[in-house]
Design a binder for this molecule. Structure first.
Ligand SMILES: *Cc1c(COP(=O)(O)O)cnc(C)c1O
Length: 428
């Protein structure tokens, strides 16, 4: 499918007048349309709730958009919990799916009334050491089946190698022990494959989790309030990939729900999801300007963003489609490496990519950066975080996070003798 930017060159240039490149730009219209589709695709399940995975794009303005659809938030850190609280999410709309969890964060999750999703059986005692015997009435456990996770088109991922979740034996024991702690409503959660671009992932995962919940219900006599399919619904980063169809996915889950849960008398179980990538990735772009060209053994285009702004290509070799704005229909007859400025040779947004001829000053639209993009940023080489902008439905632009300044970057020296010289107010 041809990838079409959600702004024209003229629009992007107009935005860049007030907001210097690089910047992240999010498309409110696209986000809302997709959220609406997710809601409709699972409307057959009255308790359905998407808990947007905050780590994908931790911005309160984007989180507020999610709230318009009744969605909650999946968190795994103190900052993510605080963001969810700041946008006014009530406890039951916060899922705390953490791992290797600090005591302070369990205490905060409990205080906020969040649903705690235990990553491990040993966390029951750990939690008890923090909150005493005041266990919440509703709690969730994370399952890891081990082995490999396979769909008809091959191996999707390798749960046996992943640090998350409990074995089946531990899971059943954990439920029994939580019941002794007074927990009355249970959830089951698993995340078995990441960035799946197939409509079969959720239905297959759901079939496994539904069968397991049925078994736990029958053996332990516990009530399942929800089954949490977690994240993993992917993005078609490459133009030749067929994007997921959320309606087909919702329908696939409905079929196994009616086959497994309804006959077991478990037709009241709510379906929860924790999608991050699927909710945001296609609706955010990193916009950057070409300002150097270099002709050595290869042709290089230097842009004003770098891997510190978008790490996925450097870290995973991930493909992000690039459109040279204004040259959407020009022939892709030039082969470039598109690079950032880090002193790291993997700081390349594209390698040997066929693109239209790039002229200095051209704006590049790096697609599908709306999730796990800004949020995975870092400060290597003293590079600063860029701004996040929201392109609203009425065409106006709102700065939803300003760019970092050197003063921000130096702020953690505010207690030192260098504070003044670095231009930060000394901490008194
Ligand atoms: C990362 C994560 C998600 C979101 O994953 P996506 O691939 O962005 O959908 C959901 N739940 C948990 C527990 C996660 O760690």
């Amino acid at each position: 499918m041809k990838k079409i930017p959600f702004v024209t060159r003229a629009q992007a240039e107009a935005i860049a007048k007030d907001h210097p490149t690089p910047f992240y730009l999010y498309d409110e219209r696209g986000i809302r349309k997709n959220a609406e589709d997710v809601k409709k695709a699972f409307a057959w399940n009255p308790g359905f709730c998407e808990y947007f995975a905050v780590k994908a794009t931790p911005n309160p303005y984007l989180m507020q958009i999610m709230q318009d659809y009744g969605f909650g938030f999946d968190c795994s850190s103190k900052a993510e919990l605080l963001l969810s609280d700041a946008v006014g999410a009530p406890g039951p709309k916060i899922m705390f799916s953490s791992n290797d969890t600090p005591a302070e964060e369990y205490a905060l999750a409990k205080k906020l009334g969040a649903i705690i999703n235990l990553d491990d059986i040993t966390h029951i005692d750990f939690l008890a050491s923090i909150i005493g015997d005041e266990f919440p009435k509703t709690m969730c456990c994370r399952y890891n089946p081990g082995g490999v996770f396979q769909l008809s088109n091959g191996i999707m991922d390798n749960p046996g190698d992943s640090k998350y979740g409990m074995t089946k034996e531990q899971l059943f024991e954990a439920y029994a022990r939580l019941k002794e702690h007074g927990v009355e409503n249970f959830g089951l959660h698993a995340f078995l494959a990441s960035n799946t671009v197939t409509n079969d992932y959720y239905p297959e995962l759901a079939a496994q989790l539904f069968a397991l919940a049925k078994e736990a219900h029958e053996k332990l006599g516990i009530h399942f309030a929800f089954i949490n399919l977690s994240g993993g619904v992917g993005c078609a980063y490459k133009p030749d990939q067929e994007p997921n169809d959320i309606y087909a996915i919702g329908e696939g889950v409905r079929k196994v729900y009616e086959k497994i849960l309804v006959p077991a008398g478990m037709g009241d179980v709510a379906i929860y999801t924790e999608m991050g990538r699927f909710m945001m990735a296609p609706y955010g772009a990193l916009v950057t300007r070409a300002f150097h060209e270099k002709h050595i053994y290869k042709e290089y285009i230097g842009v004003d963003a770098c891997a510190a702004n978008l790490m996925r290509p450097a870290m995973y070799g991930a493909y992000h489609h690039i459109t040279v704005l204004g040259k959407e229909d020009a022939p892709c007859d030039h082969k470039y490496d598109v690079t950032g400025s880090l002193c790291e040779n993997n700081d390349k947004f594209a390698i040997d990519r066929m693109l239209p001829k790039i002229d200095m000053g051209d704006l590049l639209f790096i697609h599908d950066a709306g999730a796990h993009g800004f949020s995975m940023g870092y400060n290597y080489n003293g590079r600063l975080w860029c701004a996040e902008l929201l392109l609203k439905e009425d065409g106006s632009v709102k700065e939803i996070r300003r760019a970092e300044t050197v003063e921000d970057y130096f702020a953690t020296f505010d207690h030192t003798e260098f504070a003044g010289k670095l231009g930060v107010s000394p901490r008194s």
